[in-house]
Write a protein of this length. Structure first.
Lengths: 256, 256
């Protein structure tokens, strides 16, 4: 039975997509069959794994709002064991369209129920908000994985994210856990980053991964080639740190 | 009559808040009476200028969804001639609440109409999405100001932002112009940044400001002190670049 992770943080630009794509690829090379779902209208995760622009009616939008099954929209990627459900621009209107629907928060959970037999892990890349798309992801997920930039504004938003997760756990998804908090774009020469890292480890000692992701320009170059970092530059610090993260994550999961 | 600017880009973490706060402060010290409106549920712009957490019922939410006037929620800041309308957590639910309202896209435009007599400029800090809050900002604005990080994902989203602006111009706000595109967190030692900057100047030659904002850690430290960069470290490269931006912006406006 697949473990479903929502990669989420309402703060923008903290490394959600970079983490979903590269942790996904790293799990795949560890022989874990992995499905990446791009739930962001921006479609960055789709780009990041080189997904082709979905033909009309073949994206996560058509699963969430229409009646298509996940299996009808899945694409293969260049990484064996990594598949992707692409986003589309229509998704930008989905939050408004979902408002009036019955059980609007559970549409994604319903779609995933019988579709994920063949996977070990499902990673959902969320948009930078706590709207109905992210609520759908948190309702469908077994746990949330929170990328966090070591910056003041990003720290400020963390409490609100955990409060929202508490609300979802009470009202919609009692099993929603926390897979962990991963510090991203870390530059330890910078005082602010050190202070924020200390602060987060103090407040959430049980959640923060030992592995941190350094700021590494190769990570920001890879998307322009439509490749995860493992295929773009496997020897880069970015690639090695996501492989380390995958190993630590699997250790927490009790598998290897 | 005030000029209203929507500081917007649906890509997360590109420097919208940092630009709204620091361009706002720089305009204020150029003797322009400036109002900053925090339209993001994250409330980062409110933090960035040291706004006190609004008492119950005293934020932009109560203007947009309730019936309060802008003048009833405005706060002064430490910078003379810079005032702020703070955000609140309630705003996270505003997009859903707006869906069923009459003329839902024009709520902010209506609220601003008779409230901005006393200002030269109004800057609206938008959330990282193209939902109803940003649509309200673009409908109320005379022009949009677009912060852009020199990264691949950020470049990818630019076309969609301009298409959305075209739709707003046709359906809701015929006078919506473009104040400009400002390149942020620029590190010209980095090849990708140079390529993206070239690409943007090629596609939007008339919009990109000459002034670019360098990556400068002092800019990310200032918010933890609740101060714009001018009050935190006026000699920093960050502060000087936003003063330059204000001068160039006012030059384009035909005033000084
Ligand atoms: N460790 C890193 N080192 C260098 N650049 C990075 C790193 N992680 C991410 N980036 C770059 O920083 C930018 C923001 O990252 P990303 O888009 O993954 O964040 P996000 O949280 O998904 O953003 P959004 O909120 O818009 O969805 C991107 O341009 C990305 O390429
Ligand atoms: N020129 C800069 N140099 C260094 N750090 C910067 C610069 N501009 C912004 N930052 C920092 O980068 C992060 C992202 O910037 P900011 O929050 O202003 O972006 P945003 O577009 O408003 O994000 P969101 O999409 O979440 O609203 C913040 O932590 C900010 O302090
Ligand atoms: Mg993303
Ligand atoms: Mg912001």
């Amino acid at each position: 039975m697949a473990r479903v992770l929502a990669v989420t943080n309402q703060k923008g630009g903290v490394g959600k997509t970079t983490t979903a794509v590269n942790l996904g690829a790293s799990l795949a090379v560890n022989q874990k069959r992995t499905l990446l779902i791009d739930l962001d209208p921006q479609g960055n995760a789709s780009t990041g794994v080189g997904a082709t622009a979905p033909a009309e009616g073949r994206s996560i939008y058509d699963v969430l709002i229409g009646d298509l099954k996940i299996t009808e929209v899945v694409q293969k990627t260049e990484v064996a064991s990594l598949e992707v459900v692409p986003s589309s621009a229509d998704l930008a209107g989905a939050e408004v369209e979902l408002v009036g629907m019955l059980a609007r928060e559970k549409r994604l959970a319903g779609a995933l129920r019988d579709a994920v037999e063949g996977y070990d892990y499902v990673l959902i890349d969320c948009p930078p908000s706590l709207g109905l798309l992210t609520v759908n992801a948190l309702t469908a997920a077994d746990a949330m994985l929170v990328p966090l930039q070591c910056e003041y504004y990003a720290l400020e938003g963390l409490a609100r994210l955990f409060r929202t997760a508490d609300l979802i756990r009470e009202a919609l998804n009692p099993q929603l856990g926390v897979a962990g908090i991963v510090l991203t774009m870390v530059d330890m020469r910078n005082n602010l980053a050190q202070q924020v890292a200390l602060e987060v480890r103090k407040h959430f000692p049980q959640y923060v991964f030992e592995t941190t992701i350094p700021r590494n320009v190769r990570l920001s170059e890879a998307p322009s080639h439509g490749k995860p970092i493992l295929l773009y530059d496997v020897h880069s610090r970015g690639a090695l740190s996501y492989l380390d993260l995958a190993r630590e994550f699997l250790g927490r999961e009790g598998t290897s």
